[in-house]
Ligand binder design. Structure first.
Ligand code: AHR
Length: 490
């Protein structure tokens, strides 16, 4: 029997809804086919955007979407993606498979997709191969209401009103694909570029600087020291790669050892956040600079027979466990982590959605975002969980991953994953600060390697949770092996 105690009197930070954000790059079939099919497609669409995908994202209340990359962002010249489509430049996507990028999805299309989904845009600017003027003009194009060359150009292209753009990042992985820079050099360039990102009218930019992608805190240290006062947030990238970058392992065929290895590596996110925020605190004791984890998720070998540059992988219940562990970690760090963007939205890495022609599949990871959606903008509550270590000799993890929050109506939601691949877990749950009279639940469960595909799209799906007993103010229930649940306490 494991015990969970949630304390409604211990109100902590607000869980920023943007922790449940996503990332869409011009990579493989994420944008083209995953999001955008064009107005003339036989696949149901509104202004070229897939209706099934838009509806699915509305259901999980997608709050914010990062675009256009990733590595792609540092070679993206935004002027190639505006104006009449027949005039748009056809270019090579050098990062991802060397395929033709026809620029039919550009700034207007991205803003239209965000409008349909009801999420905020998060734009990633090109510092790697773009100029200060180009980045500055993009902001002017998108957000200036008055008379200016860029605002006039936007109007000529059919958009009278400026868009609201808050989140803007200067470069991507500038220590790697974004320019192989040293932190000293990046910090200086960041200071330079961000100077010319103007606030037009009441559009106030929230400026984001490139953070590290490794446990090494040197990048964080230098960038915070040299440029900390010019940013609203610093990013962190972390991918869960079971083995190493050369032999990542299959997404669907793995042993129990590889399962626990993957989960142990996912749980490492906690250490990363602690170590990097510790360094940030040296230069920012008042916590003015937020942390944004704008790329995270599993990275496995591509599905056999697919383009290695497209990063297409299936998503199993193992991915669902990674998502649950990671999102619970973010909730617990919501005093510093204000946004996170799983990589990526569709058909790439730990995708929430897979598409093939007119078919769409919701992955187990999608369902985890569904189960966690009531945490969005809720207040994190203090909680205690009695766990035991499970796994293998080398790779141990806590058997339960939990977080709890109170929503705007005072209702408490608890998300809990039993990450054991084989053992169910009986749980006793107590709520301090309120008489517990009822508990309802929704649950996702399946074998560790279960997944949804185009032939069996509902192999893994959310079901109502049976067998919850509430007696004398205490709830008792059993979590099956490899399961994620959302509990609503009344
Ligand atoms: O998400 C795929 C790639 O991973 C991104 O383009 C890059 O930023 C990271 O290395």
């Amino acid at each position: 029997m494991s015990k969970i105690i949630v304390n409604k009197l211990d109100k902590k930070s607000t869980i920023n809804k943007n922790i449940y954000g996503n990332f869409s790059e011009h990579l493989g079939r994420c944008i083209y086919n995953g999001v955008f099919v064009g107005e003339d497609s036989s696949i149901p669409n509104v202004n070229g955007m897939r209706t099934d995908v838009v509806e699915a994202l509305k259901n999980i209340k997608l709050p914010v979407l990062r675009w256009p990359g990733g590595c792609f962002a540092d070679e993206y010249h935004w002027k190639d993606g505006i104006g009449p489509k027949e005039n748009r430049k056809r270019m090579v996507n050098t990062n991802w498979g060397g395929v033709v990028e026809d620029n039919s999805f550009g700034t207007h299309e991205f803003m239209e997709f965000c409008r349909q989904v009801g999420c905020e845009p998060y734009i990633n600017g090109n510092m790697g191969s773009g100029t200060v003027q180009e980045m500055s003009e993009w902001v002017e194009y998108m957000t200036f209401d008055g008379e200016s060359p860029m605002a006039n150009l936007r109007r000529e292209n059919g958009q009278d009103e400026p868009w609201k753009v808050k989140y803007f990042c200067v470069g991507n992985e500038s220590w790697g694909c974004g320019g192989n820079m040293r932190p000293e050099y990046y910090a200086d360039l960041y200071r330079h570029y961000q100077t010319f990102l103007r606030n037009y009218g009441d559009n106030k930019l929230y400026k984001i600087a490139v953070g590290p992608g490794t446990p090494d805190t040197h990048w964080t240290d230098v960038v915070m020291r040299e440029a900390g006062k010019y940013m609203n947030a610093l990013t962190l990238h972390y991918y869960t790669v079971p083995h190493d970058w050369q032999h990542k392992g299959s997404a669907t065929e793995f042993t129990e050892e590889e399962y626990y290895l993957t989960l142990r590596k996912a749980a490492y996110m906690d250490d990363l956040i602690v170590s990097h925020t510790h360094v940030m605190d040296r230069y920012d004791p008042e916590h003015k600079v937020d942390l944004i984890v704008d790329e995270w998720g599993t990275w496995f070998d591509v599905e056999p027979g697919t383009n290695p540059g497209f990063l297409y992988q299936q998503s199993t219940m193992r991915d669902a466990m990674v998502a649950a562990i990671t999102l619970n970690i973010f909730n617990h760090h919501s005093d510093r982590v204000v946004m996170a963007n799983i990589a990526q939205l569709a058909n790439v890495l730990q995708a929430v959605i897979l598409t093939e022609g007119d078919k769409m599949v919701l992955t187990p990871t999608y369902h985890v975002f569904d189960l966690f959606k009531s945490h969005q903008d809720a207040t994190l509550l203090g909680s205690f969980t009695e766990t035991k270590e499970i796994g293998t000799e080398e790779d141990k993890v806590a058997n339960l991953s939990v977080s709890a929050s109170e929503d705007k109506d005072g209702v408490v939601h608890v998300t809990v994953a039993n990450v054991s691949a084989t053992e169910s877990c009986p749980v006793e749950l107590n709520l301090l600060g309120q008489d517990l009279t009822s508990v309802t639940g929704r649950i996702l469960t399946g074998a560790m390697d279960a997944y949804n595909d185009f032939d069996t799209p509902n192999q893994v799906h959310i079901q109502p949770m049976e067998g919850i007993v509430v007696e004398n103010g205490e709830a008792k229930f059993t979590l099956p092996a490899c399961s994620v649940a959302e509990l609503t306490l009344g």
